[in-house]
Design a protein around this ligand. Sequence first.
Ligand code: DGL
Length: 279
Amino acid sequence: MKQTLPSAAGPIGIFDSGYGGLTILSKIREALPQYDYIYLGDNARAPYGTRSFEIVYEFTLQAVTKLFEMGCHLVILACNTASAKALRNIQMNDLPRLDPMRRVLGVIRPTVECIGSITQSRHVGVLATAGTIKSESYPLEVHKLFPDIKVSGEACPLWVSLVENNEAQGEGSDYFIRKNINNLLIKDTEIDTVILGCTHFPLLLPKIQQYMPDGITTVTQGELVADSLKDYLHRHPEMDRKCTKGGRCVYRTTESEEKFTESASTFLNESIRVERIEL
Ligand code: DGL
Protein backbone atom coordinates (compact mmCIF):
# COMPACT_ATOMS: atom_id res chain seq x y z
CA MET A 1 0.00 0.00 0.00
CA LYS A 2 1.37 3.41 -0.92
CA GLN A 3 1.94 5.53 2.15
CA THR A 4 1.08 9.22 2.39
CA LEU A 5 4.22 11.11 3.26
CA PRO A 6 4.46 14.82 4.06
CA SER A 7 5.20 16.73 0.84
CA ALA A 8 6.47 20.01 2.34
CA ALA A 9 10.22 20.65 2.41
CA GLY A 10 11.92 19.14 5.47
CA PRO A 11 15.21 18.46 7.21
CA ILE A 12 17.94 16.15 5.92
CA GLY A 13 17.80 12.81 7.75
CA ILE A 14 21.01 11.28 9.09
CA PHE A 15 20.72 7.68 10.26
CA ASP A 16 23.07 5.35 12.12
CA SER A 17 22.67 2.31 14.32
CA GLY A 18 23.94 4.40 17.24
CA TYR A 19 26.44 7.16 17.96
CA GLY A 20 28.75 6.61 14.98
CA GLY A 21 26.77 8.77 12.58
CA LEU A 22 27.44 11.75 14.84
CA THR A 23 30.98 11.78 13.38
CA ILE A 24 29.42 12.24 9.94
CA LEU A 25 26.76 14.69 11.12
CA SER A 26 29.28 17.05 12.69
CA LYS A 27 31.34 17.24 9.47
CA ILE A 28 28.18 17.69 7.38
CA ARG A 29 27.03 20.52 9.64
CA GLU A 30 30.44 22.19 9.37
CA ALA A 31 30.27 22.05 5.57
CA LEU A 32 26.52 22.78 5.24
CA PRO A 33 25.46 24.71 8.37
CA GLN A 34 22.47 26.34 6.70
CA TYR A 35 20.35 23.16 6.43
CA ASP A 36 18.08 21.54 9.03
CA TYR A 37 18.87 17.99 10.18
CA ILE A 38 17.25 15.12 12.06
CA TYR A 39 19.72 12.64 13.51
CA LEU A 40 18.30 9.20 14.26
CA GLY A 41 20.29 6.62 16.22
CA ASP A 42 18.84 3.14 16.66
CA ASN A 43 20.90 2.76 19.85
CA ALA A 44 18.49 0.27 21.40
CA ARG A 45 19.31 -2.25 18.65
CA ALA A 46 23.00 -1.38 18.03
CA PRO A 47 25.37 -2.83 17.08
CA TYR A 48 24.17 -3.79 13.61
CA GLY A 49 27.57 -5.08 12.47
CA THR A 50 27.12 -8.62 13.71
CA ARG A 51 23.49 -8.95 12.54
CA SER A 52 22.28 -10.76 9.43
CA PHE A 53 21.67 -9.12 6.07
CA GLU A 54 17.88 -9.48 6.46
CA ILE A 55 17.78 -7.86 9.89
CA VAL A 56 20.02 -4.91 8.97
CA TYR A 57 17.84 -4.33 5.90
CA GLU A 58 14.61 -4.53 7.95
CA PHE A 59 15.87 -2.17 10.68
CA THR A 60 17.33 0.31 8.18
CA LEU A 61 14.14 0.38 6.13
CA GLN A 62 12.13 1.09 9.30
CA ALA A 63 14.44 4.01 10.10
CA VAL A 64 14.32 5.43 6.58
CA THR A 65 10.53 5.18 6.51
CA LYS A 66 10.34 6.96 9.88
CA LEU A 67 12.59 9.77 8.65
CA PHE A 68 10.41 10.16 5.54
CA GLU A 69 7.33 10.34 7.78
CA MET A 70 9.11 13.04 9.80
CA GLY A 71 9.40 15.13 6.62
CA CYS A 72 12.82 14.21 5.20
CA HIS A 73 13.15 14.00 1.41
CA LEU A 74 16.83 13.11 1.60
CA VAL A 75 18.30 10.56 4.02
CA ILE A 76 21.99 9.76 4.50
CA LEU A 77 22.79 6.32 5.85
CA ALA A 78 25.70 7.46 8.02
CA CYS A 79 26.49 3.82 8.68
CA ASN A 80 28.69 1.55 6.57
CA THR A 81 26.92 -1.60 7.69
CA ALA A 82 23.54 -0.24 6.59
CA SER A 83 25.09 1.19 3.40
CA ALA A 84 26.64 -2.21 2.63
CA LYS A 85 23.65 -4.36 3.47
CA ALA A 86 20.54 -2.28 2.89
CA LEU A 87 21.15 0.73 0.64
CA ARG A 88 20.89 -0.99 -2.72
CA ASN A 89 17.71 -2.87 -1.81
CA ILE A 90 16.08 0.27 -0.45
CA GLN A 91 17.02 2.26 -3.57
CA MET A 92 15.85 -0.46 -5.97
CA ASN A 93 12.84 -1.98 -4.21
CA ASP A 94 11.48 0.38 -1.58
CA LEU A 95 11.90 3.93 -2.91
CA PRO A 96 9.66 3.30 -5.95
CA ARG A 97 6.93 2.15 -3.56
CA LEU A 98 7.47 4.71 -0.77
CA ASP A 99 8.11 7.75 -2.98
CA PRO A 100 10.28 7.65 -6.10
CA MET A 101 11.20 11.32 -5.65
CA ARG A 102 12.91 10.81 -2.26
CA ARG A 103 16.57 9.83 -2.05
CA VAL A 104 18.69 7.66 0.25
CA LEU A 105 22.49 7.94 -0.02
CA GLY A 106 25.25 5.97 1.68
CA VAL A 107 28.81 6.51 2.89
CA ILE A 108 30.82 3.85 1.05
CA ARG A 109 30.83 5.33 -2.44
CA PRO A 110 32.02 8.84 -1.40
CA THR A 111 34.83 7.23 0.60
CA VAL A 112 35.95 4.96 -2.20
CA GLU A 113 35.96 7.77 -4.78
CA CYS A 114 38.76 9.54 -2.88
CA ILE A 115 40.97 6.53 -2.26
CA GLY A 116 42.68 6.50 -5.67
CA SER A 117 44.33 9.84 -5.02
CA ILE A 118 45.44 8.96 -1.48
CA THR A 119 47.26 5.62 -1.81
CA GLN A 120 50.72 5.61 -3.40
CA SER A 121 51.44 1.90 -2.97
CA ARG A 122 47.99 0.89 -4.35
CA HIS A 123 47.56 -1.36 -1.28
CA VAL A 124 44.65 -0.29 0.94
CA GLY A 125 43.31 -1.71 4.21
CA VAL A 126 39.78 -1.47 5.58
CA LEU A 127 38.85 -1.69 9.26
CA ALA A 128 35.09 -2.17 9.62
CA THR A 129 32.35 -4.23 11.25
CA ALA A 130 32.06 -7.94 10.51
CA GLY A 131 28.98 -7.23 8.37
CA THR A 132 30.70 -4.64 6.19
CA ILE A 133 33.79 -6.82 5.68
CA LYS A 134 31.73 -9.91 4.91
CA SER A 135 29.61 -7.99 2.37
CA GLU A 136 32.82 -7.32 0.35
CA SER A 137 31.36 -3.88 -0.46
CA TYR A 138 34.71 -2.08 -0.16
CA PRO A 139 36.72 -4.31 -2.53
CA LEU A 140 33.77 -4.38 -4.96
CA GLU A 141 33.33 -0.60 -4.99
CA VAL A 142 37.08 0.13 -5.08
CA HIS A 143 37.61 -2.22 -8.03
CA LYS A 144 34.82 -0.55 -10.03
CA LEU A 145 36.82 2.69 -9.96
CA PHE A 146 40.42 1.53 -9.38
CA PRO A 147 40.98 -2.05 -10.57
CA ASP A 148 44.71 -1.79 -9.76
CA ILE A 149 44.22 -1.28 -6.00
CA LYS A 150 44.55 -4.29 -3.71
CA VAL A 151 42.09 -4.14 -0.79
CA SER A 152 42.45 -6.14 2.44
CA GLY A 153 39.84 -6.07 5.18
CA GLU A 154 39.83 -6.76 8.90
CA ALA A 155 36.61 -7.15 10.87
CA CYS A 156 36.68 -5.40 14.23
CA PRO A 157 33.57 -6.88 15.85
CA LEU A 158 34.08 -5.33 19.29
CA TRP A 159 34.97 -1.76 18.41
CA VAL A 160 31.36 -0.51 18.02
CA SER A 161 30.44 -1.99 21.40
CA LEU A 162 33.36 -0.17 23.02
CA VAL A 163 31.94 3.12 21.72
CA GLU A 164 28.28 2.31 22.47
CA ASN A 165 29.23 1.33 26.05
CA ASN A 166 31.31 4.44 26.70
CA GLU A 167 34.59 2.53 26.75
CA ALA A 168 36.26 4.44 23.90
CA GLN A 169 38.88 5.85 26.27
CA GLY A 170 39.01 2.74 28.49
CA GLU A 171 42.08 0.51 28.86
CA GLY A 172 40.24 -2.51 27.48
CA SER A 173 39.92 -0.89 24.09
CA ASP A 174 43.74 -0.75 23.67
CA TYR A 175 43.93 -4.54 23.46
CA PHE A 176 41.36 -4.89 20.66
CA ILE A 177 42.51 -1.87 18.67
CA ARG A 178 46.15 -3.00 18.66
CA LYS A 179 45.19 -6.57 17.79
CA ASN A 180 42.93 -5.70 14.82
CA ILE A 181 45.37 -3.14 13.37
CA ASN A 182 48.21 -5.67 13.58
CA ASN A 183 46.05 -8.39 12.00
CA LEU A 184 45.26 -6.09 9.07
CA LEU A 185 48.83 -5.04 8.45
CA ILE A 186 50.05 -8.66 8.53
CA LYS A 187 47.58 -9.48 5.71
CA ASP A 188 49.37 -7.08 3.37
CA THR A 189 52.65 -5.45 4.40
CA GLU A 190 52.48 -2.90 1.56
CA ILE A 191 49.35 -1.15 2.87
CA ASP A 192 49.93 2.62 3.03
CA THR A 193 46.30 3.72 3.52
CA VAL A 194 43.73 2.44 6.01
CA ILE A 195 40.04 3.34 5.67
CA LEU A 196 38.07 3.50 8.90
CA GLY A 197 35.02 1.92 7.25
CA CYS A 198 32.73 2.33 10.21
CA THR A 199 31.38 5.67 11.37
CA HIS A 200 31.88 4.72 15.01
CA PHE A 201 35.63 4.34 14.60
CA PRO A 202 36.62 8.04 14.55
CA LEU A 203 35.43 8.09 18.16
CA LEU A 204 38.36 5.71 18.85
CA LEU A 205 40.81 7.82 16.82
CA PRO A 206 43.30 8.74 19.58
CA LYS A 207 43.94 5.06 20.27
CA ILE A 208 43.86 4.07 16.59
CA GLN A 209 46.55 6.67 15.86
CA GLN A 210 48.59 5.39 18.78
CA TYR A 211 48.77 1.89 17.26
CA MET A 212 48.87 2.79 13.54
CA PRO A 213 52.50 2.75 12.33
CA ASP A 214 54.01 5.99 10.99
CA GLY A 215 53.73 6.35 7.24
CA ILE A 216 50.24 4.88 7.03
CA THR A 217 47.41 7.32 6.27
CA THR A 218 44.24 6.76 8.27
CA VAL A 219 41.17 7.84 6.29
CA THR A 220 38.04 8.95 8.16
CA GLN A 221 34.80 9.46 6.28
CA GLY A 222 33.16 12.58 7.74
CA GLU A 223 34.70 15.19 5.45
CA LEU A 224 34.49 12.96 2.38
CA VAL A 225 30.77 12.38 2.92
CA ALA A 226 30.17 16.07 3.68
CA ASP A 227 31.93 17.16 0.47
CA SER A 228 30.01 14.60 -1.53
CA LEU A 229 26.68 15.78 -0.09
CA LYS A 230 27.56 19.39 -0.85
CA ASP A 231 28.30 18.40 -4.43
CA TYR A 232 25.08 16.35 -4.64
CA LEU A 233 22.90 19.27 -3.47
CA HIS A 234 24.66 21.56 -5.92
CA ARG A 235 23.99 19.16 -8.79
CA HIS A 236 20.38 18.54 -7.72
CA PRO A 237 18.65 21.91 -7.16
CA GLU A 238 15.27 20.10 -7.19
CA MET A 239 16.35 18.22 -4.03
CA ASP A 240 18.00 21.28 -2.52
CA ARG A 241 14.61 23.06 -2.68
CA LYS A 242 13.06 20.23 -0.63
CA CYS A 243 15.58 20.69 2.21
CA THR A 244 14.69 23.39 4.73
CA LYS A 245 17.35 25.86 5.76
CA GLY A 246 17.14 27.09 9.33
CA GLY A 247 20.42 25.76 10.75
CA ARG A 248 18.57 23.50 13.22
CA CYS A 249 19.40 19.96 14.30
CA VAL A 250 17.19 17.63 16.31
CA TYR A 251 18.08 14.22 17.72
CA ARG A 252 16.02 11.07 18.03
CA THR A 253 17.04 7.75 19.58
CA THR A 254 15.39 4.40 20.22
CA GLU A 255 17.29 4.12 23.55
CA SER A 256 16.80 6.02 26.78
CA GLU A 257 17.03 9.79 26.45
CA GLU A 258 19.44 10.09 29.41
CA LYS A 259 21.97 7.65 27.98
CA PHE A 260 21.93 9.22 24.53
CA THR A 261 22.14 12.79 25.83
CA GLU A 262 25.14 11.99 28.00
CA SER A 263 27.16 10.13 25.37
CA ALA A 264 26.18 12.26 22.38
CA SER A 265 27.01 15.47 24.25
CA THR A 266 30.49 14.06 24.96
CA PHE A 267 31.06 12.95 21.38
CA LEU A 268 29.80 16.23 19.91
CA ASN A 269 31.36 18.47 22.54
CA GLU A 270 28.10 20.37 22.96
CA SER A 271 25.04 19.72 25.04
CA ILE A 272 22.05 18.45 23.11
CA ARG A 273 18.48 17.38 23.76
CA VAL A 274 17.04 14.18 22.40
CA GLU A 275 13.62 12.56 22.15
CA ARG A 276 13.01 8.84 22.29
CA ILE A 277 11.02 7.24 19.46
CA GLU A 278 9.98 3.74 18.46
CA LEU A 279 10.67 2.19 15.10
N1 DGL B 1 28.43 3.04 12.46
C1 DGL B 1 28.12 1.76 11.90
C2 DGL B 1 28.97 1.53 10.65
O1 DGL B 1 29.46 2.48 10.08
C3 DGL B 1 28.26 0.73 12.97
C4 DGL B 1 27.48 -0.46 12.72
C5 DGL B 1 27.10 -1.25 13.94
O2 DGL B 1 26.14 -0.87 14.60
O3 DGL B 1 27.74 -2.28 14.16
O4 DGL B 1 29.12 0.41 10.18
